[in-house]
Design a protein around this ligand. Structure first.
Ligand code: S3P
Length: 426
């Protein structure tokens, strides 16, 4: 479906967005692993989290919705039933990679599959450390899905230093480690999102500018109730919409403010954005609060290498903010963007070229400058939700608007995106 967006005037109002995708995946996984009933409030309503829940239902977990809360009856330690069908992670890298770790520790065989995009994404990054723990796999020659996980003869803890900055890899290993008496340790030199550590209350040490995170059987989750704060990655689109619109103010309620995720706010503030974070509280050790955003005049800044893992999902919309707000954008050290739901460097470059801008592509990033030549473009979403939403926002500031093809992929993280936009522009 191709979606058209017209030029907008001001935006105003309040939004309470659905739960953060990363925290939702973990709340579902931990609830399924725990023995007994857990309740999750404000769970993400995106397809990705649905994929995680569907995989666990194949493993015998029952769940139901009651008063907008998901109630999960967790199976408890190694009480899962062997799946009769493949476990379909859909479009979700988090589902595939986190479940690879969990499944490696189970006493039965299982096969993870995914859609066309996920079936091309690298799984070597989790296969390698889990193999070191004793897991046995059958995969395609280039180590992508479908991935069959055979029961390990001997499963042991490891100390593993991650070659890529990835919270999915870190979490996959730590989840496997929850099934062992002795501690597994993951070492990262660049800090990635820490929801797994925070929500499970894992021991984390900082030494020589590296982080050491430990998990073992004593951290295995128990049944509990979760409140999932709103998704800061979904909020980022509305933050940029408000910043770029004239005479506008929007309040985003109870958004996750975990400091491994707020890089987007830090960068936008440095560019001159008027953003306030108020009413801060904690739930399940996760910080959240309200964000107030006002129209702002932006200026360009350089994006430091260390912040890249923190803003990795927000780079598409950050580039839109910078190009419309300052006329230029450059990002380097971001080659991980090439292995997301789409090759996001290539996707962004192709769409900015459609606008007639001067674009240069690098192996690890891209730069854009110049003036917009095409005032009624048709952008491609590349079936990637974040690309679709980024160019939807951009279209709302073009003289004659713009169109985005294959827009329905927004359902991956935020099925209500269009309704939320319409609510704010009325
Ligand atoms: C996620 C980690 C990140 C992020 C993804 C969600 C998570 O991926 O891009 O959207 O929930 O752990 P990587 O671990 O590949 O960086």
């Amino acid at each position: 479906m191709t979606q058209e967006f017209n030029k907008i005037g001001k935006v105003k109002g309040e939004l309470a967005l659905p739960g953060d995708k990363s925290i939702s995946h973990r709340a579902v996984i931990f609830s399924c692993m725990a023995k007994g009933l857990s309740e999750i409030e404000n769970l993400s309503n995106g397809e990705d989290v649905r994929s995680t829940l569907k995989c666990f239902s194949e493993l015998g977990v029952k769940s139901k919705w009651e008063n907008e809360r998901l109630i999960i009856e967790g199976k408890g330690f190694k009480n899962f039933t062997a799946p009769l069908n493949n476990l379909d992670a859909g479009n979700s890298g988090t589902t595939a990679r986190l479940l690879a770790g969990f499944l490696s520790a189970q006493p039965f065989e299982s096969t993870l599959i995914g859609d066309t995009s996920l079936s091309q994404r690298p799984m070597k990054r989790v296969i390698e450390p889990l193999y070191l723990m004793g897991a046995k796999f059958s995969a395609t020659p280039n180590l992508t899905l479908p991935l069959t996980i055979h029961p390990a003869e001997k499963f042991s803890p490891i100390i593993y230093e991650m070659p890529v900055a990835s919270a999915q890899v870190k979490s996959s290993i730590l989840l496997a480690g929850l099934h062992l008496e002795d501690e597994t340790c993951v070492i990262e030199s660049e800090q990635t999102r820490n929801h797994t550590e925070v929500m499970l209350g894992l021991r984390v040490e900082e030494k020589e500018r590296k982080r050491f995170s430990y998990s073992s059987r004593k951290n295995y989750p128990s049944a509990q109730n979760y409140f999932v704060p709103s998704d800061i990655s979904s909020a980022a689109f509305f933050i940029v919409l408000t910043l770029l619109a004239k005479n506008s103010e929007v309040i985003l309620r109870h958004v996750s403010l975990n400091e491994t995720r707020t890089g987007i706010i830090k960068i936008l503030k440095e560019t001159g954005s008027e953003i306030e974070m108020v009413n801060q509280l904690k739930s399940d050790n996760e910080l959240y609060g309200d964000i107030i955003v006002r129209s702002s005049q932006l200026h360009s800044i350089e994006i430091p290498k260390e912040i890249i893992p923190n803003i990795i999902d927000e780079i598409p919309i950050l580039s839109v903010a910078s190009i419309l707000g300052t006329g230029e954008f450059e990002i380097r050290n971001a080659s991980e963007l090439r292995v997301k739901e789409s090759d996001r460097i290539s996707a962004l470059v192709q769409n900015y070229k459609i606008l007639g801008l001067d674009v240069e592509e690098f192996p690890d990033g891209f730069s854009v400058s110049g003036t917009i030549q095409n005032e009624n473009p048709v952008f491609e979403s590349f079936h990637d939700h974040r690309i679709a939403m980024a160019f939807a926002i951009l279209s709302m500031f073009l003289k004659n608007g713009g169109k985005i093809s294959n827009f329905d992929c927004v359902k991956i993280s935020n099925p209500q995106f269009l309704q939320q936009v319409n609510y704010l522009i009325q």
